[in-house]
Structures are given as structure tokens and as C-alpha cells.
Design a protein around this ligand. Sequence first.
Ligand SMILES: NC(=O)c1ccc[n+]([C@@H]2O[C@H](COP(=O)([O-])OP(=O)(O)OC[C@H]3O[C@@H](n4cnc5c(N)ncnc54)[C@H](O)[C@@H]3O)[C@@H](O)[C@H]2O)c1
Ligand SMILES: [Zn+2]
Ligand SMILES: [Zn+2]
Length: 347
Amino acid sequence: MKALVYHGPGNKAWEEVPKPTLQADTDAIVRVDAVTICGTDLHILKGDVPAVTDGRILGHEAVGTVEEVGPGVKNVRVGDRVLVSCITSCGSCRYCREGSYGQCLGGGGWILGHKIDGTQAEYVRVPFADTSTYAAPEGVSDEQLLMLADILPTGYEVGVLNGHVSPGDVVAIVGAGPIGLAAIMGARLYSPAHVVAIDKADSRLEAAKQFGADVTVNNDREDPAEVIAGLTGGLGADVAIEAVGVPATFELAATLIRPCGRVANIGVHGEPATLHLEDLWIRNVTITTGLVDTYSTPTLLQLVTANQVDPRPFVTHHFPMAEFLDAYDTFARAGETGALKVVLTRS
Ligand SMILES: NC(=O)c1ccc[n+]([C@@H]2O[C@H](COP(=O)([O-])OP(=O)(O)OC[C@H]3O[C@@H](n4cnc5c(N)ncnc54)[C@H](O)[C@@H]3O)[C@@H](O)[C@H]2O)c1
Ligand SMILES: [Zn+2]
Ligand SMILES: [Zn+2]
């Protein structure tokens, strides 16, 4: 089969590799029907995630059809259409029992396209298939469903829920890539007073408006702190969500927050950021970090099925899998191409 293989920082190839086989009784082999690229894959390609080594198939988001299941798989059957979540869960360790699947101690967590071969391939081996896949609901297309593999639960759990977005809040979202946009969409469910999107790319700020931000700030041209001060009588944002993953944006989020506010970091960071504790200690600020757990996936599936959340606007580009390198290029130059999520399907 063909797959997108990582060959060290800056290097990747769409190349022939062996088709995966069952390795444990609880595995499934899924034929990938639709797959996408994440900002985290770009971090991996920059060398920010050293656990990913040469030869690894990237990708942690997919919708596909089950081809084969091990004898220990109880609920997933050959032929089922499933969502392959970015988080794999053993279902029985201490963390999985608490719903913190991202921290799974039983061999799950974020492993696809990280510690084991991922979904940017014609076939993928999914460990713990019963607890790591979700049956596709009728009436929800592959590409809609694909947005629930990572971006929607991440924006919702690590941004909106960790940040405790509440009615009437002024919510600042730093970074309007797919994750920031998912956080905007999730924040809107709680009737905030204002959602302020901050980004350096005007194309992303345009998208942010469509996803429900009522104020946008290009921080190359305007000072977000002044804009937020103007909306909050000088206090600062109730919630600041960081959705970029570089020191400057974490530090910016921490300066935008009001006393007793909450900074929710979503970004994957590859280097240290400065925490200005000398300013923050007296302000009762809460800072949260997190890897997505995907405990909200059932809720999000309900919202999508009921048309309360519409993932379709995320999908800006379509490619056949054979054009994976072009898809990466389009996604990596999002500021110019206007790409949000690129969807690749079987050619
Ligand atoms: N915590 C998790 O579980 C989790 C899961 C998925 C993704 N992530 C991370 O979330 C982050 C966002 O992902 P994405 O797919 O939206 O990435 P992306 O690269 O598509 O979007 C990032 C956005 O930030 C903007 N930006 C860059 N520098 C900026 C600056 N100095 N000021 C303002 N805006 C700036 C870019 O223009 C872009 O629009 C990444 O770090 C990704 O790795 C985390
Ligand atoms: Zn991701
Ligand atoms: Zn577990």
C-alpha cells in the first residue's frame, strides 16, 4: 500500500510500505476512506515532536471501513463505517476509567502517527478497536465525521471546557487555524458576550468571522490587549485560548487575561515559553494545559447529527491520496492558500 512516511525533520514521502496486519486480538485493520492533515503533523515535520522517528507513517485522523478485526474485538464488525479518533484508549487503565484517554497507561493515548503508524495511508491498524473508534451515524458524511477525529474535540475540550467558557464571557482566541476555529465554534454554544479572534493571517481572520468570532484582530497591525481592554472596561478577557503553539502566543494569551480569568493552552509547544509569574501571581489566573482526551466525541456526534454544529465549513480543499505531498504543501501555506482542513480520499 501507499502511505505518507516521515523521514526526519523536513522530509516526508508518499511511498510504498507493507500493508498493516493484526498484532493484537483487540486490533482492527481499517481501510482509510478519508483522511486529513493536522497542525501537529506540521510540528512533527519541524522536528518539534522527537518521539516521532524516521520511517513513521504520519496521521491521527481518519474515517474508514473496517476490513479485519481481531478475535477480541466485540462491537466493531467487518464492513462497519467508523471514525478513527486521534486518541486510542485501552478502556481499562486508571486514566481511561476517568475519561482521561489521552493519558492512557495501557498502550493507548495519542499513539497513531506518533508512536505507531498512523492514518495517512491506504490502511491503518487501530489498537483497542472497540474503545478507539466510533460508529458513523447515518446522514453524516465522511468529511463531516472526519472533523471529529481531532479538531472539534480538541477545540472544545482543551479550549472551551478547560477554559470554562460561560454565558456572557469575553473569549479571546489566539490563533484561528482549524483548532482555534473549532474553539470559536465550541465557545458559541455557551452564548459568550464576545469572541475575539487574533491571528496574523487575514484569510484566517475572515474564516474566524464565518465561524462566529464577532471581533477579529490582526496582531501584526493592531494591539489585541487594547481591543480587549475596550470590550471589558479595561479588565481583560474572561477566557484566553492559545491555539498556535509558539512562546509568543502563550505569552500573549497570558497578558490578555483579567484577574480571576482562565488561560487554556491548546498549542503543541516545541520550546519553553516564559511564564510571567511576577505579574500573574496576584491576579488569581488559572492556566490549563492539555492533550485532547476525546471524551466529548459522543456529545459532538450528537450535536453534528442534530445539525447544532456544522463541520462542513472546515473543509476547504480536496485531494486524492496520490497527491498527498501537494495537500501538505497547500495546508502548510494556509496563509496564502486559505486552507483550513484538506481532505484526502481514495483515488
Ligand atoms: N492539545 C492538543 O491535544 C492538540 C490537538 C491538536 C492540535 N494541537 C495544536 O494546536 C495548535 C493549532 O493547530 P492548527 O491545526 O489550528 O494549526 P495551524 O498552524 O493551522 O494554525 C495556527 C494559526 O496561528 C496563526 N499564528 C501563528 N503565529 C501567530 C502569532 N504570533 N500570533 C497570532 N497568530 C499566529 C497562524 O497564522 C495560523 O492561522 C497547533 O500547535 C497544534 O499542534 C493541539
Ligand atoms: Zn491533530
Ligand atoms: Zn487506558
